[in-house]
Design a protein around this ligand. Structure first.
Ligand SMILES: C[S@@+](CC[C@H](N)C(=O)[O-])C[C@H]1O[C@@H](n2cnc3c(N)ncnc32)[C@H](O)[C@@H]1O
Length: 135
């Protein structure tokens, strides 16, 4: 899976699953029948295997974390532990995106759900308050 992600190469069927055409044209090139992410964009990405339940390596802080349908596997205590570790690597204005059936409610009061367009993201207390005030 990591090799596939690093290759940045997708079939027509894969790019048809929700990627807007203008982004496809801007960020991919067609090579031998497959859509390949352009080199300058690919160079900005790093792919690493990581176990969420064991101590995390040192990481740059994140603006955005996508972790869709992963917390569902864990018990409450483990979920809370992962959310705590995410706090340590999230920039103050950052957003956490979970699966539609997932929430931080009853796990960690510092994460607050904030509606953004048609979706809900989770932000750390002060960032969530600032966003609500601006809305
Ligand atoms: C239902 S899949 C969701 C995959 C993807 N996020 C998506 O939405 O399509 C759950 C993922 O959680 C990963 N996972 C399960 N336990 C994990 C752990 N302890 N650390 C990191 N990833 C884990 C699995 O390998 C799997 O890829």
């Amino acid at each position: 899976m990591l090799d596939q992600a690093r290759s940045g190469s997708y079939s027509q069927l894969e790019v048809n699953r929700g990627l807007p055409a203008p982004l496809l044209v801007m960020d991919f090139e067609k090579i031998e029948g497959r859509w390949v992410i352009k080199e300058d964009l690919r160079k900005m990405c790093e792919f690493r295997a990581m176990n969420l339940t064991t101590p995390w390596p040192m990481m740059q802080p994140f603006d955005l974390i996508f972790i869709r349908n992963v917390l569902i596997y864990f018990d409450q205590e483990t979920k809370a532990g992962i959310l705590k570790k995410m706090k340590a690597v999230m920039l103050p204005h950052g957003s956490l995106i979970l699966g539609t059936a997932e929430t931080t409610i009853n796990l960690d009061p510092e994460w607050a759900p904030v509606k953004v367009g048609n979706t809900t993201v989770f932000r750390l207390g002060k960032a969530a308050a600032a966003l609500k005030k601006a809305a």
